[in-house]
Design a protein around this ligand. Structure first.
Ligand code: MG
Length: 383
C-alpha cells in the first residue's frame, strides 16, 4: 500500500509579522519546512510539497526529496493541488502543515494505521482549557462540555480519491474549511481521531518561533551519556616487560602480545569504543599491522581519545580492574591513574584503577596470565 505525505507550505505567514513564509523561517540551522518534511522520513513512500508561487525559487533551492507543486489561493485549493500531484497508486495521503515540525513518528504511524483500517486518521489532542462560546459583546453565552472537545492537528490521513472528491464538492458549494477533516465530514464520511501530543504545535505567531528555537536548542544541546565495557586477557611469559596502564612494573615475567600487551589499557580502549558502538581495538589497530608491533598502548589510548573527540564525545569517567595474582600492583596504582588521565585529558579523579587477585583460582590465580575489565562513561552531544 503506497503511503504519501502532502506537506502544505502555502500559508502566507502574515500573522507572524515576518517578511518570509513561516515554512521557510530558519529554525536551528534548517527551515521549518525541511524539519516538517524530515519527520516523515522512512514512514512514507514519497512526499509532495505544496509551496506558495512566490516562494518557488527559495523552495527549489532547498533540494527537497519531494515532488514540488505550487499551491492555490486557499488552503483547500493548495491541498487539492497536492492531491493531484500524487502518483496513481497512492492509497493513503497524509496532509500535514509545513508549520508543524515537531510531529512525532508515532503520531504519523498511528494516522497511517487508522487510515488503512477505517479510511481516516486525524491527529488531535483533547482540549485542556475550558472553552466558552461568547457573543460579539464579549459576554459568555455557553460553556462547552470539555470532555467532548478535541483540538485538531495534522497529519490528517485519508484515501486520496475520497478526500479529493470531498474537497471538490465543498469547493463547488463555496465553503472554505480550515482543516481537511471538515471536507470529509461535510460529505458524510466518518472521521476517526488519533490522539496526538501537545508538542505538535503549529508555528503561527512570533512567540511560537521563539519557543520552537528554545526547544530545539535544548534538545540539540542535550548531551547523551553512554556506557561501554571492555575485557582483555594476556598470557604471562618470560623475556617480556610487564606494562600495565603505561607503567613498567618490575617482575620476572611480562605479558605476551603484538603490542606491549598492556592488558589494562586494551580493556579500557574497548570500553571507550564500546560506549559509542565503534567496534573494538582489534578493528582500529589490527595486530596484523606491522606498525603496531611493540607499540606502547599509551599511544593507542591517545589515538582512541582522538577518535572519540572526532565523534563529539568526551570521557566522563573510567574504571579499570586488573586481575592478577602477582606482582603486587598497589604501589603503581597512582601512576597508572595519572597516565590514563593524561592520555584522556581528564582530571585524575575521574580515572579509577583497581587491582584484585582471585585467591589462586583460574588462570590469573595460577599466574598464567593477567586479565582486565573496564567500564567507561562517555558524553556525546546530540546533533
Ligand atoms: Mg589485548
Amino acid at each position: 500500500m503506497s503511503v504519501w505525505a502532502v506537506i502544505v507550505a502555502g500559508g502566507s505567514g502574515t500573522r507572524m509579522g515576518m517578511p518570509v513564509n513561516k515554512a521557510l523561517a530558519p529554525l536551528a540551522g534548517k527551515t521549518v519546512l525541511e524539519r516538517s518534511l524530515e519527520a516523515f522520513d522512512g514512514l512514507v513512500d514519497g512526499a509532495v510539497v505544496v509551496y506558495r508561487a512566490q516562494d518557488e525559487d527559495a523552495v527549489r533551492a532547498l533540494n527537497l526529496r519531494a515532488r514540488l507543486v505550487p499551491g492555490g489561493e486557499t488552503r483547500q485549493a493548495s491541498v487539492l493541488s497536492g492531491l493531484y500531484a500524487l502518483p496513481q497508486d497512492a492509497e493513503i495521503a497524509l496532509i500535514h502543515d509545513a508549520a508543524r515540525p515537531f510531529v512525532r513518528a508515532e503520531t504519523i504511524r498511528a494516522c497511517i494505521e487508522s487510515a488503512k483500517k477505517y479510511g481516516s486518521g486525524v491527529a488531535a489532542v483533547p482540549v485542556t482549557d475550558t472553552i466558552k462560546r461568547a457573543g460579539q459583546d464579549g459576554v459568555v453565552r455557553e460553556t462547552l462540555p470539555r470532555e467532548q472537545l478535541w483540538a485538531m492537528q495534522t497529519p490528517q490521513a485519508f484515501r486520496p480519491q475520497e478526500l479529493r472528491r470531498a474537497i471538490e464538492t465543498l469547493t463547488a458549494q463555496g465553503e472554505a474549511a480550515t482543516d481537511d477533516a471538515r471536507a470529509m465530514e461535510a460529505c458524510g464520511h466518518s472521521v476517526r481521531l488519533v490522539e496526538g501530543n501537545s508538542g505538535n504545535i503549529k508555528l503561527t505567531r512570533p512567540e511560537d518561533m521563539e519557543l520552537a528555537r528554545l526547544r530545539l536548542g535544548e534538545s540539540e544541546g542535550r548531551a547523551m551519556q553512554r556506557v561501554g565495557h571492555g575485557y582483555d586477557a594476556h598470557r604471562l611469559v618470560e623475556g617480556r616487560k610487564l606494562v600495565l596502564c603505561g607503567v613498567e612494573i618490575p617482575y620476572e615475567k611480562g605479558l605476551l602480545g603484538h603490542s606491549d600487551a598492556d592488558v589494562a589499557l586494551h580493556a579500557l580502549m574497548d570500553a571507550l569504543l564500546g560506549a559509542l558502538a565503534l567496534g573494538d581495538i582489534g578493528g582500529h589497530f589490527p595486530d596484523s599491522d606491522e606498525k603496531y608491533r611493540g607499540i606502547s598502548s599509551m599511544l593507542l589510548l591517545k589515538e582512541t581519545a582522538r577518535i572519540l573527540a572526532a565523534q563529539g564525545a568526551a570521557v566522563v569517567n573510567a574504571d579499570v580492574t586488573i586481575i592478577a595474582q602477582r606482582p603486587k600492583l598497589k604501589p603503581f596504582i597512582e601512576q597508572m591513574r595519572a597516565n590514563v588521565a593524561a592520555a584522556l585529558e581528564v582530571p585524575q579523579e575521574r580515572v579509577s584503577v583497581k587491582a584484585t587477585t582471585t585467591e589462586g583460582m583460574g588462570f590469573e590465580g595460577e599466574g598464567l596470565g593477567i586479565s582486565a575489565h573496564a567500564v567507561a562513561l562517555v558524553e556525546k552531544k546530540e546533533r
